[in-house]
Design a protein around this ligand. Structure first.
Ligand code: UT7
Length: 325
């Protein structure tokens, strides 16, 4: 019996032009390239230009994904944007992207799950596509974290970067076998008891300001690997796949030590891990689609490959998805 699945038709990424090295940041705060590389694996990050907004980055990534899918924008009837750094408090940044792409039908909205946002957005779009409400979705992760960083706080400002990535998902009937292409499972989790470990100290209803990112890094680190492996084990249980079946592991890019530790704990071979954190730093919801775009562009991820994505971040939220490309 055939099954409707959300199949990846294309992927694209966009990074702002300006590259900020660890060396440059060590001129702003008391830090060093050595400390940042040793503790995080980060060497540089991209930072949006003055006036360059989250929607600008998201539109560029969406256009790249549509081009890669060989589709025109009018094929799209759903836009789900994962972001914690919207252009405005409202309307959703997704509707700005919708308008700039010239799309006047369907629906566009934002999803807020911080670094797990892209996986949440994939899960959301997947449900609507499989239910038949929409046929073709742009799922975007776009962030300008440079705007909410406290550039005097060395414990956070060295860790993040700006960027955007997007995938085009299309509802396509699949044979209903183990070879089915598309999103095979998504697993979402959150636990608000940890919300003060990683947060922004402002907002419309509390301070009427945008606020700055605050994080107890060591605490986040403490939970990251076990939370990530929890949702990946759940994805394996749901599908019957295991670490040896995975062609590519594309984790959220926060810290090389967390990525390596998770892969090791799960038994995923290091050569199957896609890593961009060294050049992008942590771009929150954009990090996974940016890494996917890079690995598709350079020919690593190919149709038929089994791709595992996962993320953990503010909330805490954590999530995974298994996708056959
Ligand atoms: O997307 C999810 C979001 N976030 C994360 O996943 C981040 C998770 N956490 C981490 O990646 C790590 O905890 C950090 C990279 C943030 C920090 O690494 P750590 O090994 O946990 O270091 P630490 O926080 O325990 O700090 C060690 C020392 C401290 O000094 P003392 O107290 O030992 O004297 C810090 O003050 O390093 C100091 N430190 C720095 N030194 C130089 C903190 N930031 C810096 C810095 N440069 N930028």
């Amino acid at each position: 019996m055939t099954v409707k699945r959300s199949v990846v038709r294309g992927v694209g990424g966009y990074l702002p032009q300006r590259v900020v090295t660890n060396q440059e940041i060590s001129g702003l705060v008391e830090t060093s390239d050595k400390w940042i590389v040793q503790r995080t694996g980060i060497r540089e990050r991209h930072v949006a230009a003055k006036g360059e907004t989250t929607s600008d980055l998201g539109i560029a990534a969406a256009r790249a994904a549509l081009k890669n899918a060989n589709l025109e924008a009018d094929a799209v009837d759903l836009i789900v944007l994962a972001t914690s750094t919207p252009d405005q408090t409202f309307p959703a940044t997704a509707v700005t992207i919708q308008a700039e792409l010239g799309i006047t039908r369907g629906a566009a909205f934002d999803v807020q799950a911080v670094c797990s946002g892209f996986v949440y957005a994939i899960a959301t779009a997947d449900k609507y596509l499989r239910d038949g409400d929409f046929r073709c979705a742009l799922v975007i992760g776009a962030e300008t974290f440079s705007r909410i960083l406290d550039w005097t706080d060395r414990s956070t400002c060295v860790l993040f970067g700006d960027g955007a990535g997007a995938v085009v998902l299309e509802a396509i009937e699949q044979p209903g076998t183990r070879e089915d292409r598309g999103v095979l499972t998504t697993k979402l989790r959150s636990d608000g008891r940890y919300r003060s470990k990683l947060y922004v100290d402002g907002g419309p209803s509390s301070t009427q300001t945008v606020g700055h990112l605050r994080m107890e890094g060591r605490e986040v680190f403490r939970y990251a690997i076990s939370m990530v492996t929890d949702v990946i084990d759940a994805a394996f249980s749901a599908t019957g796949y295991g670490p040896n079946d995975i062609d590519w592991f594309v984790p959220h890019q926060a810290n090389k030590r967390i990525i390596d530790g998770s892969a090791h704990k799960l038994g995923i071979a290091p050569q199957k891990v896609v890593t961009t954190v060294d050049r992008h730093a942590n771009t929150s919801a954009a990090s996974i689609p940016l890494a996917l775009a890079e690995a598709v562009e350079d020919g690593r991820i190919r149709p038929g490959h089994l791709v595992l994505i996962e993320a953990m971040g503010g909330g805490f939220t954590w999530a995974s998805a298994l996708i056959r490309w």
